[in-house]
Each structure stands twice: as C-alpha cells, then as structure tokens.
Design a protein. Structure first.
Length: 252
C-alpha cells in the first residue's frame, strides 16, 4: 500500500485522487484503501524519514489569488475579433457536456517571449498541448490546424477560445479543419473554466517566468500525458485518458 501511494505522489497525484482511485480500483479490498486525510496525516506528522520528506515535495502548493492574465498579457485590441461567433450561440449539447469532441483553448505563457496553446476536451477533460514558435494569429491558427489533424473528426468538432488577438485567424482555422470556433464574452474567462483550471494544473510543470520555447512537442506531450493519467474527482476518479480512449474506441 505504502509503495502504491508513494508512486502516485511521485506522479503528482493529489492525496484525494489517490484515495478515490484506490476505492474505485480495489472496491472489495479494504487493506488497499486509505483516506486522503490519512495520507496527509502520515506525510505531515511523520516527516522524519527521508522518503516522506521527498514525497512532501510532490504535494501541490497552495496558490494565492492571482491577477487575471487578461490584465497583464492582453493588448488594447483584446476582444476585437472580426466575425466572432459568441458563446451564446454554442449548442446546448456542448454546454452540458453531453457529447465528446468539444474543446476549450487558450495560450499559456512562460516568460514574456514564450507560450504554448493548451486544449482540453470538455467531457473527458483530456488535455493536449501545442508548441508555438510565436503568438501571432497566422502561427497559432496553423499550429492548431496541424494538431487537429491528429484526432478523428468526430472528436474535434468545436473550439471555445478567449478573445485574444491570437485567434483573429479563426476563419482560416475553420476552413482548414471544419471546426467551429466560439468566443467567450469579453473579460469572461470563466466561460471556459475547464481550460482555466487546466492551465492552473499545468503551472506545476510550467511555472510563470519559465522560458518554455525550448520544449519540444514530445516534451509537451509527456506533460499532457501526466495530467491525462491522473484520476479526476469530477470523472468519478477515472482518468481523462481512460475516458478519451473509450471515445476513440466507440468511433472505431
């Protein structure tokens, strides 16, 4: 049991995720289940062993209130997207997460000169990261279009984005991919809250101020894989990878 918990902590799973996953994976084995409170208690009260001190480093840090990226990163033309389809026109089946294939996206900045695109599927919470060499609209649209080709069309039907100027080329993207883009209302990032939450999780691997321009697509894929293999409370402690793979199999 201790080795299982230690291994999951080293993979950046939270104690709550570990406890939920154990309960779902070993429903009839009480000796292979433990509460998240017990995990925290063991780590914080009995910290004399080197192993426990090492594991403490893997616990997620509590983040303070942060100023919105829209305050610090956006330009004066933020929100002025020509022919933007507002989120209010997004079909109900996307809003209620009834079917897979509908994504939320945004840019995640490292230092002032580096960024990646982050994408998360609304139903399964499956994450994809896209390497960007620049944040201009041509580069972003082209990179997203290339990445879209890696998925079955049935699993990439729409994309909800912020009002950043990096998506000014949304019409080119839609023509190239047949993926409809919807835009949040100005200064309402909570309308793509799944992506906002995902970006917060990604800060564990890509902290603010880090030059992320040197990360290869393979390295970004490896980071996304770590998130996708974590069980999520909102998914009944299943993993995004499990959920997404089932969707892929259902259309095969």
């Amino acid at each position: 049991m201790a080795q299982i918990v230690a291994g999951k902590l080293q993979s950046q799973w939270s104690p709550e995720q570990i406890a939920g996953w154990l309960k779902r994976t070993y429903p009839g084995a009480k000796d292979l289940q433990v509460s998240h409170e017990a995990i925290y208690r063991t780590l914080f009260v009995q910290t004399r062993g080197a192993l426990k001190k090492e594991l403490l480093e893997h616990l997620r840090r509590t983040r303070g209130m942060r100023r919105s990226r829209h305050y610090t990163q956006k330009t004066p033309i933020h929100g002025r997207i020509v022919d933007a389809v507002p989120i209010s026109e997004r079909p109900a089946c996307i809003q209620d997460r009834a079917v897979p294939g509908h994504w939320e996206g945004d840019l995640l900045f490292g230092d002032a000169y580096s960024q990646i695109a982050t994408l998360v599927e609304r139903r399964t919470r499956y994450v994809m990261l896209v390497k960007l060499v620049d944040k201009d609209s041509y580069t972003v649209a082209a990179a997203l279009a290339r990445h879209a080709q890696t998925l079955p069309q049935e699993l990439y039907r729409s994309l909800t984005w912020d009002r950043g100027s990096e998506m000014a080329g949304h019409k080119r993207f839609t023509v190239a991919t047949d993926i409809q883009v919807y835009f949040c209302d100005p200064q309402n990032p909570w309308q793509r809250g799944t992506n906002e939450n995902t970006n917060g999780l990604l800060r564990q691997y890509l902290p603010k101020g880090l030059d992320i321009s040197g990360y290869s697509q393979d390295e970004l894929d490896a980071i996304a894989r770590k998130l996708n293999e974590r069980p999520r409370k909102t998914l009944g402690y299943r993993t995004p990878a499990e959920m997404f793979n089932e969707c892929v199999a259902s259309i095969g």
